[in-house]
Design a protein around this ligand. Structure first.
Ligand SMILES: Cc1cc2nc3c(=O)[nH]c(=O)nc-3n(C[C@H](O)[C@H](O)[C@H](O)COP(=O)(O)OP(=O)(O)OC[C@H]3O[C@@H](n4cnc5c(N)ncnc54)[C@H](O)[C@@H]3O)c2cc1C
Length: 498
């Protein structure tokens, strides 16, 4: 019987886990305690999310009106990728969260990219097809002014520190306990499980189940239980980041993340009510921290001597071989990290927490059950890594060694090789994604958006004129539909009430 659960770590992952667990098991005699160290602090980044966060907060019973203003949060319609491609006409594309307004169009977009890959001169840039891209371009929120049967998929940006504090209040409200203390030593019992945590003051904390949310340190899983770690460093070169905030625009607040490729990596721009969060993720083998900071400042138009608070971080990309070992499960950076490009880390935290609660409710703590959970989590990590990796594989920049190295780094998984081969031979990518059963990580449309968005397509001038039956979509009509639909949505500030 599991009665005492200790979560080591009070970063976003620790408090997301604590809030959801304390809510799920309130009144069931299960005690949830979070131990963290204010002296160590949290990673302090992680401000963009995916639609999965909408579901996670709904499961927690948290209303947008409650948490968004507390966390300076904004709405996110998707991500614009700038300068990832040097193909003329493909300098930028938008990776949308899909909406009901786009349902019919998704199939037509995929059909057009296939025709184009087979040498037919049809439009295949994703930005001409999807509605949420227009919401982002006009800085509109994903909330309509009028009641509608269709809805849009969306997510949020938020201040990571405030979000952690909000979740902490929720968790404590649901009955979780909190101790601010540094764990000095992890003691194993005779079965090789985690027995107890020895705190700096000498107190020993015993529990039946431990959740490792200790961030990149992975104190319980990697350090104490010696769970092997599979590095992604051969594939993904970025291992450092520099961050700084800039003031928010006076006009309307953007409703998208922007990811701009720079010389040795890429920079994010995340709009919050109070500020922009900016960061440059780069490869330390290609750029020093000083060069990266200078480049980020230049990108943002901030002089090298201007006084701003700058934060330099190191990051390790990879994943644990097993996420749940003996009486310990890892969640958050302690379980692994792909990189922030598609803001999937908190998506993964939310999913891991809900999956674990589900597994816990089944109370089947056998090795077979753990193995199923571990395999599922490892596959999710690897397939998300593949999608991120494809951004680098498909880049056509040649202005630095970094971009050439990033294109060729490591070998692709079988799954990714099949995706690329199918695209290049003009095959049915929707079918390929379905056959591999990987649409649950990234949909076929997302794979199409990425490859078509950076222009991995035959040049239009070299393609033949489409036959009438190949004109599957009237894009002038689609443009009018997008504009008419977008006009029904609130401005971002109106929606946020700021
Ligand atoms: C550059 C960068 C950008 C990112 N951007 C995004 C993004 O846009 N979207 C997204 O979803 N994710 C993003 N992430 C990932 C995201 O930041 C993390 O997934 C998220 O913050 C969760 O972190 P965590 O709670 O696992 O770890 P941390 O925030 O590092 O928390 C670790 C906790 O463990 C505690 N701890 C550690 N050791 C001890 C000890 N000995 N004793 C007591 N306590 C201890 C610390 O005090 C802290 O409370 C980004 C990450 C990086 C590096």
């Amino acid at each position: 019987m599991i009665k005492r659960i200790v979560i080591l770590g009070g970063g976003t992952a620790g408090w997301m886990a604590a809030a959801q667990m304390a809510k799920s098991w309130a009144g069931k005699g299960i005690e949830v305690t979070v131990i963290d160290s204010s002296a160590i602090g949290t990673v302090g980044v992680g401000e963009g999310s995916t639609p999965n966060m909408v579901q996670f907060l709904a499961e927690l019973g948290v209303a947008e009106s409650d948490w968004m203003s507390a966390c300076n949060a904004t709405y996110k319609n998707g991500i614009t990728f700038r300068n990832w491609s040097s193909v003329p006409g493909y300098a930028s594309y938008f990776h949308p969260f899909y909406s009901d307004f786009d349902t019919e169009v998704e199939a037509r977009f995929c059909c057009n990219t296939r025709l184009r890959r087979n040498g037919v001169a049809v439009e295949a840039h994703p930005d001409r097809f999807f509605m949420t891209g227009e919401l982002a371009r006009r800085r509109l929120s994903p909330k309509a002014r009028v009641a509608m049967t269709q809805s849009t998929n969306y997510s949020y940006h938020f201040d990571a520190t405030l979000f952690g504090q909000f979740l902490k209040r929720k968790a404590l409200g649901f009955g979780a306990r909190h101790m601010d203390a540094r764990v000095e030593q992890v003691l194993l019992n005779a079965r090789g499980e985690i027995g107890s945590l020895l705190l700096a003051g000498g107190e020993q904390i015993i529990a039946d189940l431990f959740v490792d949310c200790s961030g990149f340190r992975s104190l319980l899983m990697r350090q104490a239980l010696k769970v092997p770690y599979q590095s992604f460093a051969d594939h993904l070169l970025n291992d450092a980041a520099v961050t700084l905030a800039t003031p928010m625009d006076r006009g309307d607040i953007p409703s998208e993340t922007v990811s701009t490729a720079l010389k040795h990596g890429w920079a994010w721009r995340i709009p919050l009510v109070s500020r922009f969060g900016n960061g440059y993720v780069y490869s330390s083998a290609h750029s020093s921290a000083e060069q990266a900071e200078e480049e980020l400042r230049g990108h943002l138009g901030i002089g090298v001597d201007a006084e701003v608070k700058v934060n330099h971080l190191k990051m390790e990309l990879g994943r644990l071989q097993q996420n749940w070992v003996k009486n310990c499960v890892a969640i958050g950076l302690a379980q692994g990290f792909v990189e922030p490009l598609e803001a999937t880390a908190l998506h993964f935290v939310g999913k891991s927490v809900l999956d674990f609660i589900d597994a816990f409710e089944q109370a089947d703590f056998t090795d077979r059950f753990r193995a199923i959970y571990n395999d599922r989590t490892a596959s999710a990590f690897d397939r998300i890594r593949d999608y991120i990796l494809l951004h680098y594989r498909s880049n056509s920049r040649s202005d630095s060694d970094y971009w050439r190295d990033a294109r060729d780094a490591g070998s692709s998984s079988d799954s990714l090789r099949r995706i690329i081969a199918c695209w290049m031979r003009g095959g049915d990518l929707e079918q390929e994604v379905a056959e591999q059963d990987i649409g649950k990580y990234y949909s076929a449309t997302s794979w199409h958006c990425l490859l078509a968005g950076v222009g991995v397509l035959p040049e239009r001038t070299r393609c033949r004129t489409p036959r009438p039956e190949e004109q599957v979509i009237d894009l002038a009509l689609r443009r009018r539909q997008i504009e008419q639909s977008a006009a029904l949505f609130k401005t971002h500030r109106e929606s946020l009430g700021v």
